[in-house]
Design a protein around this ligand. Structure first.
Ligand code: 7TS
Length: 388
């Protein structure tokens, strides 16, 4: 076996069916959908089908909006900066409430609006790594809170937040609720009819769709000024020529992701548990977060005496691709903020390694990875002065 990809929370392989569906839109069907001639109009039915698949995938209603964006980073920025522009800049409300464990695109967008005068409240997580609804209830008030932004599932730990309860608390108080559902789509059922979110972000490449295309659900009647001004695409809410191939790919990827939720909950979980049991059998290994609270595909492990970056390098040499938490933060030598927020020791914060599977991960790959991980821990402990 040449190499095993266990970094599916960073990005995923494009499903061959998705690739096939996208191909015509890079070739003969290249018209701009805003053009009036046949080259433009012939792509309309394919766009409609893709949007239908996105709406069905999250159970949105026809009158809700799903905006096509360039990525979840753009979706998250659109919400945070839009709500700042609408409600905070105008003095109607003053605060955004979020958590200490969001993805950097939420962290930095909140930091930016803070620099413009917004108050940002960053809630800590419990020892289990999730957000306590009672704590949220204490920190929100309709006079002050413009927006609550809390991720559905954490990219580093896989921990799933009680999003229905958190969203309901906000709905009852008339406070806008946004969730970054990037790590939930394709791993858990996501139903906006059941969970009263106002805004929800997702990114195609995390569920076997293409890179460079994301989505933003906006519930019917919610105001949201555009981040990108320009043409009339997306009803003027997100200008720029539609990425037709990306949209078609994301639509089919969503449909396939939802179809495979059962497989994810059983087979992917079984393989994850098999891998997790094997790594836990190694002396000095801990895994962050209770299994039943996590997405079915994720393990964040820590090996006592083995520095995370060194571990990743060594695993890579053995053909196993893993990550030290978020690839977006992997250039930094600072302790991982999620680990710090979970009150893990700075030592642990430097030893975290994330293994994330997908529906394309096979049993043989998992077994091969187990052997490589065992060998790597042994070797690194032998050569490390801190090792045992
Ligand atoms: N939100 C979450 C929860 C994410 O996990 C990511 C990517 C993003 C937003 C950004 O998505 P993009 O499509 O705009 O790039 N997360 C990771 C990760 O965990 N490792 O690499 C990228």
């Amino acid at each position: 076996m040449e190499r095993v990809y266990l970094d599916n929370n960073a990005t995923t392989i494009v499903d061959p069916l998705v690739r096939e569906a996208m191909e015509p839109f890079a070739c003969e069907m290249y018209g701009n959908p805003n053009s009036l001639h046949d080259f433009g109009t012939e792509v309309h039915p394919f766009m409609r089908l893709a949007f239908d698949r996105l709406y069905a995938g999250i159970n949105a209603r026809e009158r809700d909006d799903i905006l096509l964006t360039g990525c979840a980073t753009e979706s998250n920025n659109t919400v945070i900066k839009g709500v700042w522009y609408d409600l905070i800049r105008t003095g109607k409300r003053s605060e955004i409430v979020t958590t200490q464990v969001e993805h950097p695109c939420v962290v930095h967008a909140c930091g930016f609006v803070e620099s413009l005068g917004a108050k940002v409240v960053r809630l800590p997580v419990t020892a289990d790594g999730i957000v306590d609804p009672d704590l949220l209830a204490k920190h929100i008030h309709p006079d002050r809170t413009a927006l609550v932004s809390i991720m559905w599932a954490n990219n580093e730990t896989g921990l799933v937040f009680p999003i229905r309860e958190l969203a309901r608390l906000c709905r009852e108080r008339g406070i806008l609720f946004h969730t970054d559902a990037v790590q939930a789509i394709g791993k858990l059922p996501v139903d906006v009819a059941d969970v009263p979110v106002d805004f929800l972000s997702f990114s195609a490449h995390k569920f076997h769709g293409p890179k460079g295309v994301g989505g933003l659900f906006v519930r019917e009647g919610r105001s949201l000024p555009p981040l990108l001004h320009g043409g009339e695409q997306m009803g003027g809410r997100r200008a720029g020529t539609v990425n037709v191939a990306g949209l078609v790919g994301m639509g089919l990827a969503m449909e396939l992701a939802v179809k495979n939720l059962g497989y994810e909950a059983t087979e992917v979980r079984r393989l994850r548990d098999r891998l997790e049991d094997a790594v836990l059998a190694i002396d000095g290994v801990t895994v962050v977060g209770r299994r039943e609270l996590r997405t079915p595909n994720t393990i964040l492990m820590s090996v006592e005496g083995v520095e995370g970056e060194a571990f990743i390098w060594d695993l890579n040499r053995g053909g196993v691709a893993a990550s030290t938490g978020s690839a977006c933060a992997s250039e930094s030598l600072e302790p991982n903020p999620t680990f710090v927020a979970m009150c893990l020791s700075p030592d642990l914060a430097h030893t975290g390694v994330r293994l994330s599977l997908s529906r394309f991960t096979t049993e043989e790959e998992v077994d091969h990875a187990i052997g490589v991980i065992r060998g790597s821990v042994e070797r690194l402990r032998r050569i490390s002065p801190a090792g045992r």
